[in-house]
Design a binder for this molecule. Structure first.
Ligand code: FAD
Length: 390
């Protein structure tokens, strides 16, 4: 019997497992495939270093700038060099295995090639997780069960806490890692908001590798074909200018859904269960940044589990502290603000966003406000919103 069984060794599950194992608890970390590269842009803000200071030693190129484009290519650039700590762009296969190794070093037991398929139930109480392995099935019993297996989770809908994702509450994204000569600034990322509800990105990885992708959001998923949008994005003349030599090679590509409406508040905890990471919607609605929020959810769930185990109170009431934690409440509030901005920004084929960037180009005060909104989650003033609409 484990103290905690965690399904999914992505950023949320790994952080959760590490924190619990460091406190001496017995943790099973179940993963379906450690060779799978999660489709992801891999842009990670500097806030990650608080949780993984080890990343600083990996010599990532420091990312200190961003250029954002509206659907009709109004441009807004910002550099935080010498103002704030740098961000990094990671290859998710390398990153995930790096943080898995940290969890294992802390004492977590990683079980690879295990596909979680259901809960084990006894006397109407969930007491473990059942998995499929290449040679049959396995069972892992635990006092607390944590669902961290992302958007494809089989356990989350079976938990009774949440239903399956609906097509108009998620984003659909496709991306590729390419290698070849390019004229990208290696210290800056680029975001391309589209005239439809969606955006594309180019994130340099190292000297010649870069991650490129795009996604559609919410009701746009019903009308825009993702494969077509991806091809159009790659062939857009504004994008192609970064790749003057057309001899770049695609070395990997993938597509995956992403939560788009913020945290699913009602599904976060239940009897013996907590849901963390993407499976519970911990992704920032406008930017699609999920790695850091998912790590925070994993950290918080671990702290709540530690308290429950130490006080021998594994009641639903005790696990409720996860949802009530100030860090979780802050994210819920912040994501709600961003959800409310999405419709506004993409209104009239992205014209509000376009006007916002245009105004920011001529007025320093507005520029600061827009940057604060996108980068530091500070809501825009009513005056700015009115100005955009007139
Ligand atoms: C295309 C795309 C681009 C993105 N770009 C960015 C970005 O640039 N920056 C950013 O911060 N965020 C980005 N995100 C969001 C980010 O990828 C996620 O928010 C983050 O990976 C979620 O972490 P997680 O641990 O909750 O889930 P995941 O990373 O999905 O990890 C879940 C783990 O569970 C495993 N698993 C799944 N099902 C099972 C099962 N049944 N049994 C056992 N194991 C299972 C998976 O193999 C995986 O290892 C992007 C998302 C997409 C789709």
């Amino acid at each position: 019997m484990f103290d905690v069984v965690i399904s999914g060794a992505g950023p949320a599950g790994c952080r959760c497992a590490q924190v619990l194992a460091e406190k001496g608890f017995e943790v099973a970390l179940i993963e379906r495939d450690t060779n799978w590269r999660k489709p992801c842009g891999g842009a990670v803000s500097s806030r990650i270093f608080k949780y993984y200071p080890q990343l600083r030693k990996l010599n990532y190129a420091p990312i200190t700038g961003i250029t954002m484009y509206s659907g009709d290519y109004h441009e807004l650039s910002y550099s935080w060099k010498n103002i704030r700590d740098y961000s990094i762009n990671v290859d998710r296969l390398e990153f995930d295995n790096f943080i898995r190794a940290i969890a294992v070093d802390a004492g977590a037991h990683l079980f690879d090639k295990n596909l979680s398929v259901d809960f084990i139930t006894k006397n109407n109480r969930r007491i473990g997780i059942k998995t499929k392995i290449p040679s049959g099935t396995k069972e892992y019993s635990g006092k607390i069960l944590i669902v961290a297996d992302g958007m494809s989770s089989k356990l989350a809908p079976k938990s009774g806490l949440k239903g399956k994702w609906k097509i108009d509450e998620i984003g659909l994204c496709k991306c590729a890692i390419m290698v070849g000569e390019n004229s990208l600034d290696k210290h800056s990322i680029s975001l391309f908001f589209r005239a439809y509800k969606g955006y594309g990105w180019i994130f340099p990885l190292d000297e010649n590798r870069f991650n490129i992708g795009c996604g559609t959001w919410l009701d746009e998923n019903l009308t825009t074909n993702l494969n077509q949008a991806f091809d159009e994005f790659l062939n857009d003349s504004h994008i192609k200018k970064f790749f003057p030599i057309s001899q770049y090679k695609e070395i990997w590509k993938g597509a995956y859904p992403i939560p788009a409406l913020g945290v699913k508040e009602k599904c976060l905890y239940g009897e013996t269960i907590m849901i963390i990471g993407d499976a519970a919607g911990f992704v920032s609605p406008i930017s699609g940044e999920g790695i850091h929020p998912c790590v925070v959810s994993g950290q918080t769930a671990a702290e709540v589990a530690i308290n429950a185990l130490e006080t021998e109170d594994i009641s639903t009431q005790s696990l409720k502290k996860y949802k009530q934690h100030p860090n979780i409440k802050k994210m819920i509030r912040n994501f709600k603000m961003k959800v409310s901005m999405v419709e506004f920004l993409f209104e009239n084929k992205g014209q509000n966003l376009s006007k916002m960037f245009e105004l920011a180009g001529t007025d320093d005060k507005i520029r600061e406000e827009v940057i604060n909104m996108f980068l530091f989650s500070i809501p825009p003033s009513k005056e700015l919103l009115l100005k955009i609409q007139t």
